[in-house]
Ligand binder design. Structure first.
Ligand code: PGA
Length: 253
């Protein structure tokens, strides 16, 4: 049995003071809790301070993004090595807001995943269909293309630490959660697609998180689905109280 992997994505929210307070509370609450793996994704400028608070404890810190190049003339961008250097272990790649607001393509996402792996940052690779794609019956095709594009030319032995987050775009920040069964079905499809490319053992051990309007009220039911190994939480991870409620809902039998 895998331990549930619950990650909070703060997006562009909170002040540094609030973030620091949150990290301290989370550290204390998770002290000695071994049945769950937890992580948070603070904005870039909070990372150093928050990684310091959470070092030597069981909460991972992920950056929300990186650039695909190692270094160079990319004004305003942040490299994989930079976030690694301040203590991040993970990085979100291909979040739907990056894909849709900032027009990130599958090939750019693929280059970022390769860059993350080259500095041993663990990618949380986000995929998911839009409402229009779902309604026109193209969910599987879209998921397959995103997987193929994002993981292009990367060997299985380099992907041991990969996490995939299935986040239907129509469920992100909308209050509309995918029905647990609906999410489970896509997770099973993702796992099968990955198994075809990388083998069954790889696919079985792969973590696949669900994201999209996860709340304390639906976390347990989502996690009860056999193909859901974790949750990527946006809005409900911004206050410590609701994030803790999700963690508690998931850790209880
Ligand atoms: P949400 O966001 O929980 O607010 O829907 C999820 C995400 O964007 O990762």
């Amino acid at each position: 049995m895998k331990k549930p992997f619950i990650v909070g994505n703060w997006k562009m929210n909170l002040t540094l003071k609030q973030g620091v307070e949150f990290a301290g509370l989370l550290k204390n609450s998770l002290y000695g809790k071994r049945e769950i793996i937890c992580g948070i994704c603070p904005p870039f400028v909070f990372l150093k301070e928050i990684c310091k608070i959470l070092e030597d404890c069981n909460v991972c810190v992920a950056a929300q993004n990186i650039h695909s190049e190692r270094n160079g003339a990319y004004t305003g961008e942040i490299s994989a090595l930079m976030v690694k250097e301040v203590g991040c272990t993970h990085v979100l790649i291909g979040h739907s807001e990056r894909r849709h607001i900032f027009h990130e393509t599958d090939s750019f996402i693929n280059a970022k995943i390769k860059m993350a792996l080259s500095v041993t940052l663990k990618p949380i690779f986000c995929i998911g269909e839009t409402l229009e794609e779902r309604e026109s019956g193209r969910t599987k095709e879209v998921i397959q293309n995103q997987l193929k594009g994002g993981l292009h030319d990367i060997r299985a032995d380099r992907l041991k630490e990969l996490v995939i987050a299935y986040e239907p775009v129509w469920a992100i920040g909308t209050g509309k959660t995918a029905l647990p069964g609906q999410a489970n079905e896509v997770h099973a499809f993702i796992r099968n697609t990955v198994a075809d490319a990388y083998g069954k053992d790889f696919a079985t051990s792969l973590y696949i998180q669900y994201g999209g309007s996860v709340k304390p009220e639906n976390a347990k039911e989502l996690m009860a689905q056999p193909e859901i190994d974790g949750l990527l939480v946006g809005g409900a991870s911004i206050t410590f109280e609701s994030f803790l409620k999700i963690i508690e809902a998931v850790s209880k039998d």
